[in-house]
Design a protein around this ligand. Structure first.
Ligand SMILES: Nc1nc2c(ncn2[C@@H]2O[C@H](COP(=O)(O)OP(=O)(O)OP(=O)(O)O)[C@@H](O)[C@H]2O)c(=O)[nH]1
Ligand SMILES: [Mg+2]
Length: 295
């Protein structure tokens, strides 16, 4: 029998290529939030996959923001590169047939000595398979990769191959997390993230980037989780949009978030949500630190 392997897999790639979707599909649980909009992920989240012969610790990370606009963007930019630096193997995610400047930036930010596996995601969208081979060839010239695997987070195509390649690239060693542990984050963190994800779906193009969620209280009482959350926005007018006509938008967002929390936590949740204005929170270092953005 081959030796047990264990290590960290740091995700990198431009925004919206499906990094978080891929992790969720590999783990088989929604641990990291996903949306059709770029820059959904803001935090480093570990998702742990334990199998009979290996433990893989996937570290999800934000895609590299295109421009350095606010203090929040600068922090996200630092996190984008960090996961691929501080890991045993980097997993670069690109979109099939869509190589852009952001992909090249992500590749350039990976240290030369780092092992890199490439997942060419969203192959379910490729209409003409003949175009895939030249694309893979073009990719292979960009850097010395351990492997390039065409996959689909949506259909699950080729994910067993991707897992095998990643396992082979990990060092030998015993599991570092208990075998039933799925993540390094607590329920409080997921409560905030799931609520933030619903804002990405409910609000227009710009507003999700002006919103953040903080959890004011998280208590367990007689089998019920009571969660008090605040959605921060930057302006009074934004608060109006988040609350919506007759409070409809906020109600819808809270209901969807509560359902996801109940699914993830496996129990009933009572969720209270407020909306507060914190002018310029995306540029306020003190507020950003309170929200868990550091460095
Ligand atoms: N068709 C198709 N869509 C996918 C696939 N994987 C992800 N998507 C979609 O791509 C969009 C972005 O997915 P995310 O997982 O949030 O992407 P990300 O790279 O984590 O994005 P950021 O966190 O913003 O950097 C979502 O709408 C997903 O449903 C796939 O294999 N096929
Ligand atoms: Mg993401």
């Amino acid at each position: 029998m081959s030796a047990y392997r264990c290590g960290t897999v740091g995700i990198t790639g431009r925004p919206n290529v499906g990094k978080s979707s891929l992790i969720n599909r590999l783990i088989g649980q929604k641990l990291t939030i996903v949306s059709p909009k770029a820059q959904t992920t803001r935090h480093l989240v570990s998702a742990i996959l334990t199998t009979e012969d290996a433990q893989l610790v996937f570290v999800d990370a934000p895609g590299r923001p295109p421009r350095t606009r606010s203090a929040l963007h600068r922090m996200l930019g630092r996190r984008a590169g960090q996961a691929a630096r501080d890991c045993d193997v980097a997993l670069l995610v690109v979109e099939a047939l869509r190589l852009q400047a952001g992909d090249l930036d992500a590749i350039a930010a990976i240290p030369a000595a780092q092992r890199v596996v490439v997942a060419v995601n969203k192959v379910d969208r490729v209409r003409d398979p003949a175009r895939l081979l030249p694309f893979l060839e073009r990719l292979s010239k960009l850097r010395d990769f351990e492997a390039i695997v065409p996959v689909s987070a949506r259909t699950g195509k080729n994910l067993p191959t991707l897992l095998r390649v990643l396992k082979d690239a990990l060092p030998e060693g015993p599991a570092i997390y208990p075998t039933d542990q799925l993540t390094d984050r607590d329920e409080r963190f997921f409560a905030a993230e799931l609520l933030r994800e619903k804002l990405f779906y409910a609000l227009g193009e710009e507003l999700p980037y002006r919103c953040e969620v903080s959890i004011d209280a998280f208590r367990m009482a007689r089998g019920l989780r009571r969660v008090d959350a605040t959605i921060l926005v930057e302006r009074e007018s934004q608060k109006g949009i988040v609350v919506g006509h007759g409070g409809e938008t906020l109600k819808r967002v809270a209901r969807a978030a509560r359902r996801d929390m109940e699914r993830l936590f496996g129990g009933k949740v009572f969720l209270n949500v407020w909306v507060k204005v914190r002018a310029n929170w995306t540029d306020d270092l003190r507020v950003l630190r309170q929200l868990g953005y550091s460095g």
